[in-house]
Design a protein around this ligand. Structure first.
Ligand code: PAP
Length: 327
C-alpha cells in the first residue's frame, strides 16, 4: 500500500518531469522552470511542501536571499539579534560552535523529507522562529504574505554574486571532479537568468518592490552597503525587528559585539566553520571564500563586463534598485 508521503513524492516527481529543465551549476544537477523561476531538483519536493504545508506565525522572521548574496552573514547577524536575550554571555554563543546554516534553516530544505515530523517540530520551535529561504517573493506561500511575519532580504551586485556562485560550484561534492560548465558557459546561463532560484533580476525586483510598498514587512539590504557601513545597517535590522536591543549605552556595545562576532575573518577562523558539510554536499569552509567587494574584476573580460552591465541596466532600470560596480 502506498504511503501518503510516497504519493506526494510521486506527484512532485511527475510534476517536475513535466517542466522545462536545464542543467544547473550545482545542487541538482537540474533546474526546473516552475512558477517562473528555476527550481533546483534538490529542492523541488521541499518547495512544494513549503508552499502547501507551512504555516507562518506573525512573529516569524525570514531571511530571503538569492544564493551567494550574503546569506551566511545575514543569518549570523540576525541570529544574534533575535536571540540577544537568550544567551547571557558571548562565550556561550551557539555561533561559536555551529555554522550559521545549522542555526537558521530553510523550510524548502527542512520540508523536503519526513514532512509530518518536520511540520510538528516547526510548530514546536520557540518564538520568534528564524528561517531563511531562497524562494523568489512571488513563490512564497500565501501564509507568509498574509501573516505579519517579517522578511529581511539581502542582494549583492550581480558581478560578485556570479563569481561567488561560480567558485562555490567548482567545490560542490557532486561536481567537484568535473564542473558541468566552463566559466564562460556558466556566465551565458547567468545572463539568460538560468541559475538556481533565478532569474536573479526577478528575484531582486520581487523583494525590492515589496520593500518599497510594504516597508514594515520587507527590509531590503545590499551586501556592499552592509560591508561599507555595518553599524548603520545592523541598526536598521534591529529597528525593523523591534528588537529590545537599545541603540544607546549598553545597546551600542551589544551591537558592536554582534558585528565583531560576525566579521568575515572571525567567522572564517572559527573551528566550526573549517570542517564538515552543510546538507552533506557543501563544505562549511566554502561559505567563507574572500568576502570582498569587487573580486569579479579578476574574472571578467571587457565583453563580459559590457554584457552584464547592459543586462543590469535593462532589467533594473526604473526600479530604483542599482549597484555601484565600477568604483
Ligand atoms: P549561500 O547563499 O549559498 O548561503 P552566501 O553566504 O550568500 O551563500 O554567499 C557566500 C558569500 O558570502 C561568499 O562570498 P565570496 O565568494 O565573494 O567570498 C562569502 O565569502 C561571503 N561571506 C560569508 N560570510 C561572510 C561574512 N561574515 N561577512 C562578509 N561576507 C561573508
Amino acid at each position: 500500500m502506498a504511503l501518503a508521503s510516497d504519493k506526494q513524492t510521486n506527484e512532485a516527481n511527475e510534476l517536475m518531469l513535466s517542466l522545462p529543465k536545464e542543467m544547473g551549476l550545482n545542487a541538482g544537477p537540474y533546474l526546473h522552470l516552475f512558477q517562473d523561476f528555476w527550481c533546483p531538483s534538490f529542492y523541488f519536493q521541499g518547495v512544494i511542501n513549503f508552499q502547501k504545508h507551512f504555516h507562518a506565525k506573525d512573529s516569524d522572521v525570514f531571511l530571503a536571499t538569492f544564493p551567494k548574496s550574503g546569506t551566511t552573514w545575514l543569518k549570523a547577524l540576525t541570529f544574534l539579534i533575535v536571540n540577544h536575550q537568550r544567551f547571557s554571555s558571548f562565550e556561550n554563543q551557539p555561533l561559536l560552535s555551529s555554522n550559521p546554516h545549522e542555526l537558521v534553516s530553510s523550510p524548502e530544505f527542512i520540508l523536503s523529507h519526513d514532512l509530518h515530523d518536520q511540520i510538528l517540530s516547526l510548530s514546536n520551535m520557540s518564538e520568534p522562529r528564524l528561517f531563511s529561504t531562497h524562494l523568489p517573493f512571488s513563490a512564497l506561500p500565501k501564509t507568509m504574505t498574509e501573516s505579519k511575519c517579517k522578511i529581511i532580504y539581502i542582494c549583492r551586485n550581480p558581478f560578485d554574486t556570479f563569481v561567488s556562485a561560480w567558485e562555490f560550484s567548482t567545490k560542490i561534492k557532486s561536481v567537484s571532479s568535473s564542473p558541468a560548465f566552463t566559466f564562460e558557459e556558466a556566465f551565458e546561463k547567468y545572463c539568460n537568468g538560468i541559475t538556481g532560484f533565478g532569474p536573479w533580476w526577478n528575484h531582486m525586483l520581487g523583494y525590492w518592490n515589496e520593500s518599497i510598498t510594504k516597508p514594515d514587512k520587507v527590509l531590503s539590504l545590499k551586501y556592499e552597503e552592509l560591508k561599507e557601513d555595518t553599524v548603520f545597517h545592523v541598526k536598521r535590522i534591529v529597528e525593523f525587528l523591534d528588537s529590545p536591543i537599545t541603540q544607546e549605552g549598553e545597546g551600542t556595545t551589544a551591537i558592536e559585539n554582534i558585528i565583531n562576532l560576525c566579521r568575515f575573518e572571525k567567522m572564517k577562523d572559527l573551528g566550526v566553520n573549517k570542517s564538515g558539510y552543510i546538507h552533506n554536499i557543501a563544505e562549511k569552509k566554502n561559505f567563507f571564500r574572500k568576502g570582498k567587494i569587487g573580486d569579479w574584476k579578476n574574472y571578467f573580460s571587457p565583453s563580459m563586463i559590457e554584457k552584464l552591465s547592459t543586462i543590469i541596466e535593462e532589467k533594473l532600470s526604473g526600479s530604483g534598485l542599482s549597484f555601484k560596480v565600477h568604483s
